[in-house]
Ligand binder design. Structure first.
Ligand code: GLC
Ligand code: CA
Length: 517
């Protein structure tokens, strides 16, 4: 286990829209490098960089054309190497984004794979053995290549599925076992890509759709897990300080398979959704625990979380996110105060937390934007970072109509500059919370988590981490709970008081308390 994860706090950077250093309207690596001190000022000591590889950008770079080359619009491989070096001088780790399940249909591997004559890449992707063979349960593209067969896609139609084999084989003529030499070769190719960037200085990978490798398996996905155990064994041997974080959203399984941490994402009815995202957009009804209307149920979250925490204890972590590039920003449904309380809570939880660029200043989800590079409804979460009051909020010197996406320049648009001047801003609040986390191992990744007060459909929620108590009342009402500990206040949004053996939480309050010695 890489030691640095014990106190890692990540910042996710979407390279397209973070900082444009050369005025062409799109963010780039030199731009990111120029903002490392800002990242540090937040207390973030690690970065997850969304894909920066050469790509036709049908899915914002998750359609990789060349795994070994930085996209020209972001700079060069040397620029990226320089970014790693500068980051390391400042004590910042950088994870690249690894896309193992699919490539772009313009990747050299695929261009060879689709040729009619047999070659080294014929079996690198999933193909049926004849164009008339197209079982509808598989997402196949048909009749568009000279090769006689149809190929499976993993996400968008431009993203053919790499071949890691099938668990349950329903069509033996073309579905291979994960132990087939072609599938083994795919895994080896993946490990080579990882070695290349790790040798250049990257500190590991966020792994895209990590559960999507071996087909026809559900539940715990044992064959996909074998691939990751193999990858992890390579890392432990060759790069023991490198970390891998999975987009899987099933930490017991993914950590068991070798990931150091797994994201809690906004999926169906899961714990993360229950906390921060449970809103019916048709009726407007919000049932999120952190909604100020107080309609949430913390016990539903805890049922899942406590089990995941137990299942990962000592082996790996759960990663809470403020948001990511696939999810509407929380400010779409939460006021600035609601978001501030929710984000503060995230940085008081165990595991390895992630802050999505712009959330620290309360950037908006921009409604109604035309899709960009396969963003669709995700586009509103990917707009340029708002730095200051100069043109384009300091993101770029390009003309506004040349920008990758429009900048929010509304009169009420938040910027880093404005947020820095306001002591109560989300920015300054999170800086405090994250600093306190760094000062106290009890509040870091490995620190304990013990429920003190959590009652079905009631507030507040109180939990203990070592010598700290965290009490949170996101609602607009005063909430009370029995609480028999003498404490000092270390940090607080809102206000609490004591009434005999009760803790009284004023509306919209989160308190970090420390046991009196
Ligand atoms: C992941 C990425 C998303 C991408 C998809 C396909 O979910 O986060 O942005 O579109 O995988 O690679
Ligand atoms: Ca640029």
């Amino acid at each position: 286990m890489p030691d640095w994860l014990k106190d890692a706090v990540f910042y996710e950077i979407y390279p397209q829209t973070f900082c444009d250093s050369n005025g062409d309207g799109i963010g780039d690596i030199k731009g990111i490098e120029s903002k490392l001190d800002y990242v540090m000022s937040l207390g973030c000591n690690a970065i997850w960089l969304n894909p920066v590889y050469d790509s036709p950008f049908m899915d914002a770079g998750y359609d990789v054309r060349d795994y070994y080359k930085v996209a020209e619009r972001y700079g060069t491989n040397d620029d990226l190497k320089h970014l790693f070096e500068t980051a390391h001088e400042k004590g910042i780790k950088i994870l690249l984004d690894l896309v193992p399940g699919h490539t772009s249909d313009q990747n050299e591997w695929f261009l060879k794979s689709k040729r009619p004559e047999k070659n080294d890449y014929t079996g690198r992707y999933i193909w049926t053995d004849c164009v008339w063979e197209a079982p509808p349960q598989y997402r196949l593209l048909c009749g568009i290549t000279d090769r006689d067969g149809n190929y499976m896609v993993n996400y968008f139609s431009s993203q053919p599925a790499l071949n890691y084999g099938f668990n349950k084989i329903t069509h033996p003529a073309w579905q291979k076992s994960p132990t087939d030499p072609d599938c083994v070769a795919t895994v080896e190719a993946l490990k080579d890509i990882m070695r290349y960037w790790l040798n250049m200085g990257c500190d590991g990978f966020r792994v895209d759709m990590a559960d999507s490798l071996v087909k026809n398996e559900d539940g715990e996905k044992p064959e996909t897990c074998k691939v990751w155990k193999n990858v992890r064994a390579m890392l432990d041997k060759e790069f023991p300080d490198a970390a891998i974080v999975s987009e899987w959203c099933n930490p017991k399984v993914s950590v068991g398979a070798g990931f150091h941490s797994d994201f809690y994402l906004d999926h169906d009815t899961n714990g993360y959704r229950i906390l921060f995202r449970d809103k019916n957009w048709e009726t407007g009804e919000c049932k999120a625990v952190f909604g100020k209307n107080g309609k949430g149920d913390i016990t539903k979250f805890l049922d899942e979380y406590l089990d995941d925490l137990k299942g990962t204890k000592g082996k790996g972590y759960i990663s809470f996110i403020t948001c990511n590039h696939d999810t509407p920003r929380m400010t779409r449904m939460f006021s600035e105060l609601e978001a501030k309380i929710a984000y503060s809570f995230i940085f008081m939880m165990p595991g390895v937390p992630f802050l999505y660029y712009g959330d620290e200043i309360g950037m908006k989800y921009m409604e109604g934007l035309t899709s960009k590079e396969g963003g669709f409804s995700r586009t509103g979460t990917r707009t340029p970072m708002q730095w200051d009051s100069t043109a384009n909020c300091g993101f770029s010197t390009a003309d506004a109509d040349k920008l990758y996406l429009p900048v929010d320049t509304g009169a009420d648009a938040v910027t880093v500059e404005k947020a820095e001047a306001d002591p109560d801003s989300i920015l300054n609040t999170l800086r405090k919370v994250i600093a306190i986390r760094h000062e106290n191992t009890d509040l870091q990744s490995d620190g304990d988590f013990e429920v003190i007060y959590a009652v079905k459909e009631k507030y507040p929620f109180i939990f203990k981490r070592g010598e700290f108590f965290i009490a949170v009342n996101p609602t607009e009402d005063v909430q009370k709970a029995p609480f028999a500990f003498d404490c000092n206040t270390v940090f607080e949004i809102g206000n609490h008081s004591r009434e005999g053996s009760y803790l009284v939480m004023q509306p919209q309050t989160i308190s970090l308390l420390r046991l009196e010695k």
